[in-house]
Design a protein around this ligand. Sequence first.
Ligand code: SF4
Ligand code: SF4
Length: 396
Amino acid sequence: MTVLSNNTSDKRRERVSVLISHFLTLIVLIAVASTLMTLFWGETESSPGFVTEIILQPGLNVADFGEINRLPNPVLKRVFGLHGQSELQRPVSSFGLTETEIIARTRRAVVLNAEKLSKNWTKIRLKFALWFVFLMLMFILLKTARIKRGNRPWFYLIAVILFGVCLGSDPSPMGTIKDMLVLYGRERVIFPPRLVALGIMLVLVLGANKFICSWGCQLGTLQDYLLRLNYAFRKTRLLRLYKPSFKLTNTIRICFFTLVGAAAFAVSVDIVEPIDPFKIFNPFQLGIGGIVFSSLILGLSLFIYRPWCHFFCPFGLVGWLFEKVSIFKIKVDYDRCIACEKCARECPSTVMEAILKRERVIPDCFTCGSCIEACPTQAVRLAYGKRQRPPDHKFI
Ligand code: SF4
Ligand code: SF4
């Protein structure tokens, strides 16, 4: 008896150490490959700074004003609405703007110009194009129930490599909303391309249940992959999946979102920046805080389904609100359902149980398709329209 239990715990220890070494190898490979790709794209700098002081002396013309404050011509054009080079010689006072207006306009123009220059537009266009193709492919595969336990991790890995390692930490669904909130809080400025990006992401959520998070987000898919890595060792009880209650995760996520907004509006501070786990795909911008926090998130991902998405992500929260009205979502056909609840057990979070029993609050569903695969009667589908209510007493 003692020999048997020693053997079992030896095997368990062995499996845990194999899992940990797989985990560490993967993270190191991602960090190294992302560093190389960041060098390839030439993006080792951190995000644009903000103007602290603007010098405005009486009698200056536009060119002098630009020179004293080191403002490039596109900024001057935006501030004064210039129509040609000759207007650079016009006195600043001739534009009929007050000092306060000039300072406010200059601050805004500097920030917008820095935002524009900090972006690699080729890479951004490429990422959106690839997102479109990949998400369409995943949608078709999920609709036809062809995502299985065997191939699911590979799709996550492809998404991590493509959208994270190769195409970097920016843009991301999280970044679109967080950066917009912080920029507006600090400078009362909205960067129009970011608004467009956020609009596209939200349209995707409206179309098909957080699909961008499920299969497109570089950090989301990495967390999902890590959980599936643990699944390969699921008989090891030490690594049992933990499903925190949605009440807990969403309360923390709402508090965090409020804190991000309050810090940006009240003290002009971006509290996500120093801990941003997306920076794992741009290690040049990852400080000590980022390394510690990212390690924590990635380590927890082995036991908890998408901890960053559920506990912290600002897009996760907004996407959760939008997914209530998604056109396509995970639905149960109660005529086929035999109430075995296998789908709920297979779901990595508490959402399938809520969907199945049509509870009042439905947590985030990441359209992973585990429930579709688990159902023995094909009652769970990614389908169009509203969810039905289960017949009374179905789950007693
Ligand atoms: S919720 Fe998760 S998957 Fe969605 S944007 Fe945030 S980190 Fe990415
Ligand atoms: S209900 Fe759960 S298992 Fe089904 S797709 Fe959503 S997250 Fe995955």
